[in-house]
Design a protein around this ligand. Sequence first.
Ligand SMILES: [Zn+2]
Length: 235
Amino acid sequence: MFTTAATHNKTQSEQVRCLYTVIETELSQAQIQLNITRKRVKNINFRLKPYQLSVSAPYFVSDVDIINALSKRLDWVVNHHTELLKRHQQKQQLGGHHSNTSSKNGLSPIKLWGETQNRVMSEAERLHWYRYELQSVMPELFQKWQPVVGKVANETRIKKMSTRWGSCNTKAKRIWLSVYLPAFPLPCTEYVIVHELCHLHQANHSPAFWHEVKRSMPDYKRWHDMLAGKSGIVD
Ligand SMILES: [Zn+2]
């Protein structure tokens, strides 16, 4: 990782300083903050979290040994961090995560109808707010889309669903929407309403069903794709 001809002539401490610079540069390029602490532990331990690598080392281990151990782990850390971030971001978009650790000030942006909001709130506050916002647009949106789809729901509700954006009980004609929908642009919620109303025509996901969705909302795919992969399925 750090073997150039020039380094052979350097003293050990110079080499270690260089190595440390390389490690620091690579970590900061990967947006990872490094924290090294001495503890009453037996081994050098690494703990990787989004945007942070914590290293705890025993008191008897030298700085050189810590830096060498770090250097050996560096590739793993950077690669693993990419995976970790991906999962972390998916979780956040899902909403099933406390809003912290994401950006430099320790707070992740809160979105409403796809727009980043300049405010800070707890997960519970966010869900309360989303419920309120969704509740206030739902009657209007159902009134808008029911005549287009040609079906009417008997009952609509907001549910805390983390794996589905909506669901439809076709017998009771009852439609549930996920409380997390207000994180996305409004047409995403409209699409979920259209999707669930179309299940009152077709209970399955047959070509006839998708034909119905497309007839009602020609640009549905854009909104469908925006939600897909964020929280599994629209059922
Ligand atoms: Zn469906």
